[in-house]
Ligand binder design. Structure first.
Ligand code: NAP
Length: 278
């Protein structure tokens, strides 16, 4: 079975190792490529890959939105996210899906044992990753969800867009969006603070959050994954968050869901969760 991960930059991707671990569990023979692809080369790459027998591809930055254009069908999850992180072939058709939200919820609820029901949640950032995870977060019935982004308008636009797509009927969710100003951030306390900004891609960089933000926080979760605690995780711990986590578990779980879509096999993620690949 031929798989690949594409994006730019792509050198850092751990997808080949993750999927090889999954394939080994079933003695499945796979070939997993890591290709640098840009929005300009995406259409040709997708056509060639699937013509050449490709079964499934993982899609990362900056291709997640553009890739929707090259699928025959778009899942509800990808439609809600306006982005996809996987395209795969089924019955000669190309299907686009988004498994990021699934991966985050699995990591939070099953691995880290944090139920989202009736919780107050703050999401920092309003980029592609925030878009991918918010519908799944809403589905799990938090009492409050606040998006705070450096560019305030982008947070407001994301909230309005999601309100038009996600079914909020019957939910008593308080949904807000704003900037990173202290008065907006500190107007509530949060059970869960999720960093979906890309700040952690620059080692040691901080958003400069007020310390009081983490009073009462049960978990501060950084979507970025790294061998060392990110500055966000360190700041949250120093400011009183009970627990911190990076996004390794989300990456593994979204990969497992992608592997299931591609192969109909459900891999065991426990070994990878215990021992991240360096
Ligand atoms: P993106 O679309 O480029 O969005 C970046 C976001 O970060 C924007 O909201 C941006 O704010 C904000 N930002 C950037 N620099 C900032 C700064 N100095 N201070 C405050 N905010 C800043 O990126 P993305 O695709 O959402 O990815 C975000 C992160 O999620 C990355 O670290 C990525 O690795 C991670 N991720 C992890 C997984 C996983 O499986 N674990 C999956 C997907 C993504 P503005 O709007 O103001 O520019």
């Amino acid at each position: 079975m031929k798989f690949a991960v594409i994006g730019k930059p792509i050198g850092h991707s751990k997808s080949p190792e993750i999927h090889q671990d999954f394939a080994n569990q079933f003695d499945a023979k796979i070939e997993f490529r890591k290709d640098e692809v840009t929005p300009e080369t995406l259409e040709t790459w997708v056509a060639d890959f699937f013509k050449d027998g490709g079964k499934g591809v993982s899609i990362t930055l900056p291709l997640k939105e553009a890739a929707l254009n090259y699928a025959d069908e778009i899942s509800d999850r990808a439609r809600l996210a306006s982005a996809c992180n996987v395209i795969y072939k089924k019955d000669e058709r190309l299907l686009a899906d988004c498994t990021d939200g699934f991966g985050l919820i699995k990591d939070l609820e099953e691995n880290l044992k944090i139920s989202l029901k009736d919780k107050k949640i703050l999401i920092l950032g309003a980029g592609g990753a925030a878009r991918g995870i918010i519908p799944s977060i809403i589905e799990n019935n938090p009492s409050k969800l606040k998006i705070a982004n450096r560019t305030e308008n982008k947070a407001r636009r994301l909230k309005e867009d999601l309100e038009g797509k996600v079914d909020l009927k019957g939910k008593s969710l308080i949904f807000e969006a704003g900037g990173l100003a202290d008065d907006f951030l500190l107007a509530d306390s949060y059970d869960l603070v999720i960093n979906s900004t890309s700040i952690s891609t620059q080692a040691g960089e901080s958003i400069g959050l007020p310390k009081a933000l983490f009073t009462g926080t049960k978990l501060a979760y950084d979507l970025f994954y790294s061998a060392k605690k990110t500055a966000f995780m360190q700041d949250a711990l120093a400011a009183g968050a009970e627990k911190v986590s990076d996004g390794w578990g989300m990456l593994v779980e979204q990969g497992a869901e992608s592997f299931r879509l591609w192969t109909n096999l459900i891999p065991d993620t426990s070994r990878l969760l215990e021992k991240p690949i360096d």
